[in-house]
Design a protein. Structure first.
Length: 192
């Protein structure tokens, strides 16, 4: 059964299973109002991966600067690293180094028929480069070129930027940590 990729990019079909991928982008979404089982304002981030096929898939996380034991983002990053974080590593996490890193994704189908990232695993094939720009964004900075419109809308709806037409610092150019083009670093050294 083919899956729809992402919430808003429904034209792309992804088969369930394990796929080679690259962390394509990390966006700080700021404080977002959440509904569901645990409603309220939560600081969120979005990670987008590009599969070796060129398709993209995303996952949103509650974003903590210090990842608690029960954090889904922590679970996914530890699975990717194949080891648990120690206290020093948790304090030194640099999310700007994620984009461009290779991995594998276990993709399943959710109840709505969309592709859903269930697990992030170590890469097996690091010989390919993504087709799209590598992006890192922190809330309040200029939104990098190449950011999908639906992500921009989500960022602009954050508590921090509500009502800001430019989505952050107007006229400020992204720094090297905010936007990268091209391939990632050597995946033999995980960036944490």
């Amino acid at each position: 059964m083919a899956l729809k990729s992402g919430e808003r990019e429904n034209t792309c079909k992804i088969q369930p299973g394990i796929h080679e991928a690259v962390f394509l982008g990390v966006w700080d979404l700021g404080e977002q109002m959440m509904a569901g089982k645990f409603p309220g304002e939560k600081h969120r981030c979005l990670i987008m991966w590009e599969l070796i096929s060129g398709d993209t898939v995303t996952k949103e996380y509650t974003w903590f600067k210090f990842l608690p034991e029960r954090s889904i983002l922590r679970k996914d990053l530890e699975s990717w690293r194949s080891t648990k974080f120690n206290d020093d590593q948790l304090k030194a996490i640099d999310y700007s180094r994620l984009p461009g890193q290779h991995c594998q994704l276990l993709v399943m189908v959710n109840d709505n028929g969309y592709a859903q990232v269930e697990n992030v695993l170590p890469a097996r094939d690091v010989s390919w480069q993504p087709h799209q720009s590598i992006i890192y964004y922190e809330i309040g900075d200029k939104i990098p070129e190449g950011t999908p419109n639906w992500v921009i809308n989500k960022i602009q709806s954050s508590k921090e930027l509500a009502g800001s037409p430019a989505g952050g610092s107007q006229g400020a150019a992204p720094t090297d940590n905010q936007q990268h083009h091209g391939g990632g670093e050597d995946d033999s050294t995980v960036p944490f």
